[in-house]
Design a protein around this ligand. Structure first.
Ligand code: SER
Length: 317
């Protein structure tokens, strides 16, 4: 049977680039983008689009039938910083969208699911360096709690109902096409934009806050790779640790200065500092490497070069 893909939350930071890449690989009509509202021009013009509320199971089911969908990527979520402002809404969206998709798979309407987890599943009591795949997990944000609970449900639906669901714990994702919305790691995207637009950045995290990060290209490669892997190679059905690089605001600023010599950074912590302080500084992703051949490509330097070149071209248009 032909692969027919539905992306829920296709207009978000990761959803946009994932949709474009999957369309490049599978052809535009095999990849249906959906979101609660329309996305940017490039996404909207690249293939079919449907309005879907991830909380409406019947609405999702209609689209599954309409396009004979076989795989769903559920990218809709409320991230860590916004989640702290709307705890009940974040829990509802993050959990019930997942249940909708897991239950549709259990009912035989979806063959394979991708659902992203996050480094936010870890908390202040987790070992901070090279955080292992299996370790203490006591997240302190609503977002992290919802992702940890979601991981347990993914494993449960796999064991109990044979639902083929696959997941990775994304670090902070850095990209230039679509801005992130409401995360704690967003500073690492804003900083590049501001470097080019105004030559300075006021960081909401202090200068020595080290966090795990990844360039979008690597995140998309990992997502497609885990979905393409043979089912027997996916030995972890909760979610895989994934890593590329770790840096602090001070380190990224120094890197940016190599390309934008007059760039200036200042620091004024806000409520997101506490969230960042509760997360790991680096991640051990050896299981993803062993099981399905994960390997990252971009480090801080190559990412900075690529980011600044791409943003420069974008702002010139
Ligand atoms: N980037 C996310 C956030 O900051 C972490 O998964 O909320």
């Amino acid at each position: 049977m032909n692969k027919q893909i539905l992306i829920i939350g296709a207009c978000g930071q990761i959803g946009t680039e994932l949709t474009l890449k999957l369309r490049e690989i599978n052809g535009k009509n095999a990849v249906i983008a959906s979101d609660i509202r329309e996305g940017n021009e490039e996404l909207m013009q690249s293939g079919p689009f449907e309005i879907i509320d991830a909380l409406n199971k019947d609405g999702i089911e209609k689209i599954l039938d309409k396009y004979a969908i076989t795989e769903v990527y559920l990218m809709a979520a409320m991230l860590s910083a916004v989640g702290e402002k709307y705890p009940a809404k974040a829990w509802e969206l993050n959990m019930n969208s997942l249940f909708n998709v897991l239950n549709l798979a259990k009912e035989g309407k979806i063959k394979k699911i991708f659902w992203p987890s996050s480094i936010a599943v870890f908390g202040p009591t987790t070992p901070k360096q090279k955080t292992p795949q299996k370790t203490i997990m006591e997240p302190s944000t609503v977002y992290g709690m919802s992702k940890l609970a979601g991981e347990r449900w993914c494993e449960y639906y796999f064991n109990k109902y044979n639902v083929d669901v696959r997941s990775i714990r994304y670090p902070g994702i850095i990209s230039w096409k679509t801005n992130p919305g409401g995360g704690t790691t967003d500073y690492a995207v804003e900083i590049y934009n501001n470097a080019l637009l105004v030559g300075k950045y006021d960081s909401f995290l202090n200068k020595s806050t080290k966090l795990p990060m990844m360039y979008m290209d690597d995140a998309i490669t990992a997502t497609i790779k885990i979905m393409d892997a043979k089912p027997e190679n996916i030995k972890i059905r909760s979610s895989y640790n994934l890593a590329a690089m770790s840096f602090t605001p001070e380190e990224i600023a120094l890197e940016i200065k190599k390309f934008v010599p007059n760039f200036e950074i200042s620091y004024h912590e806000d409520f997101r500092q506490r969230i960042a302080d509760s997360w790991p500084q680096s991640i051990d992703d050896s299981k993803a490497k062993e099981d399905w051949g994960w390997k990252h490509k971009f480090d801080l330097h190559t990412m900075s070069e690529n980011m600044l070149n791409s943003l420069h071209k974008k702002f010139e248009k």
